[in-house]
Design a protein around this ligand. Structure first.
Ligand SMILES: Cc1cc2nc3c(=O)[nH]c(=O)nc-3n(C[C@H](O)[C@H](O)[C@H](O)COP(=O)(O)O)c2cc1C
Length: 366
């Protein structure tokens, strides 16, 4: 068991986030489906941040194992993140059209696309087994991405003493989260790496982190966590200056040895083109920001199948490309500030971020 040291909080920056969860630093290591791990989350929590695991891409029993694995590595609080997308009905015609439009790319790798696309990620909105696991395992925090669950699920989780967070990309979404009883809102700006948490991708105002955070701080009465483009202590200080109670960092933790990012992803993150990111829906069917690649450049977005059916095809295309030694179809999610990435162990990164935050606040005061 790694020690949750309960470091000297008096010396560190305290906010509504740190007080509510007993953190040393106003920092959340973002949940990152397919990239974050129990080891990453525990290392972040052990260093006094809020570590997160993401279980939106796995079934309920795998989620239980991941929660238990995290708990075995830390006594600190941690967050479990689920996806709340509207379950898309299987639209066979649309899926077939999308398969056909990517067929030439598959052919370029000597491969055939799958004949049918699967609904690979079960939304928490309809996943009763996942709710049961969360209620039985009772992590300190549960967070929602892509939307909000119904009142019954929110009441059940709150009744179990779980603190609830939800991503918002606009004041409208933030207000809905607050009205639903969410405890804190993660203000995810357009700079952010990974999938945009926008509830309805057809209606995305694309707010950057700075204006979104200010708007949510002004319009909501619950604490706001800024997310998107924050990579160091100066960025966290900026978030606090905007009125946020903390910052959620994803890309900053991708390069940590505890993540499961592969060698090509790590190399691209520290390569000369790490600053070239793009929001695209072609890989998964929902807009997401990643390092620009051949997939984003070559596939037209107009007929993309709904999420997560399109992701099933995107993963198959990446597998075909990778088998031929082409890394251009990997979903290397990353935010605009990726060139500021520092590939050090997560605990070290959290301590560094805490020190930098203190320095930045000190400079402001001097
Ligand atoms: C690799 C990766 C995977 C992500 N997966 C998730 C996820 O599963 N759930 C979620 O709520 N957010 C996810 N995000 C978004 C983060 O929560 C956060 O909004 C974002 O990382 C903040 O921007 P930054 O990457 O510039 O720090 C992911 C981000 C990245 C980089």
């Amino acid at each position: 068991m790694g020690a949750y040291l309960g470091m000297e909080r008096s010396r560190a920056m305290q906010t509504a986030l740190t007080r509510r969860l007993g953190l040393v630093h106003p920092i959340i290591q973002a949940p990152m489906a397919g990239t974050s791990t129990p080891g990453l989350a525990a290392a972040a929590s052990n260093a006094g941040a809020l570590g997160s695991i993401a279980v939106g891409s796995v079934g309920s029993e795998e989620a239980r194992l991941q929660i238990q694995a995290t708990r075995a590595l830390t006594d600190g609080p941690f967050n479990v993140n689920v996806f709340c997308h509207d379950p898309a009905p299987a639209d066979e015609a649309r899926n077939a059209a999308w398969i056909d439009s990517l067929r030439p790319l598959f052919a370029g790798f000597g491969a055939e696309p799958p004949r049918e696309l699967r609904d690979i990620y079960r939304s928490f909105l309809v996943d009763d087994a996942m709710l049961t696991v969360l209620l039985e395992e009772r992590p300190a925090v549960v967070s929602f991405h892509f939307g909000l669950p119904d009142a019954g699920r929110i009441a059940a989780l709150k009744g179990a003493g779980i603190v609830l967070l939800a991503t918002a990309t606009s004041t409208q979404e933030g207000r809905r989260a607050e009205a639903a009883g969410i405890d804190m809102v993660v203000a995810q700006g357009f700079e952010a790496g990974g999938h945009r948490g926008v509830f309805d991708p057809a209606d995305d105002p694309c707010f950057a982190t700075l204006p979104l955070t200010r708007l949510l701080v002004r319009d909501l009465d619950i604490p706001i966590i800024a997310a998107g483009g924050v990579m160091d202590g100066a960025g966290i200080a900026a978030a606090l200056c905007l009125g946020a109670s903390g910052a959620q960092l994803g890309t900053a933790f991708v390069g940590c040895p505890e993540s499961v990012a592969g060698p090509a992803y790590r190399a691209a993150l520290s390569g000369p083109d790490a600053g070239r990111t793009r929001v695209s829906a072609v890989i998964s069917g929902r807009p997401a920001r990643g390092l620009e690649n051949a997939f984003m450049r070559r596939a037209g977005e107009s007929r993309v199948a709904p999420y997560p059916f399109a992701y099933d095809l995107g993963k198959a295309l990446n597998a075909a490309a990778t088998a031929q030694g082409d890394a251009g179809y990997m979903p290397n999610w990353a935010g605009q500030a990726a060139p500021l990435s520092r590939p050090v162990p997560a605990g070290e990164l959290v301590r560094l971020l805490g020190d930098e935050l203190q320095q930045s606040i000190g400079q402001l005061a001097s």
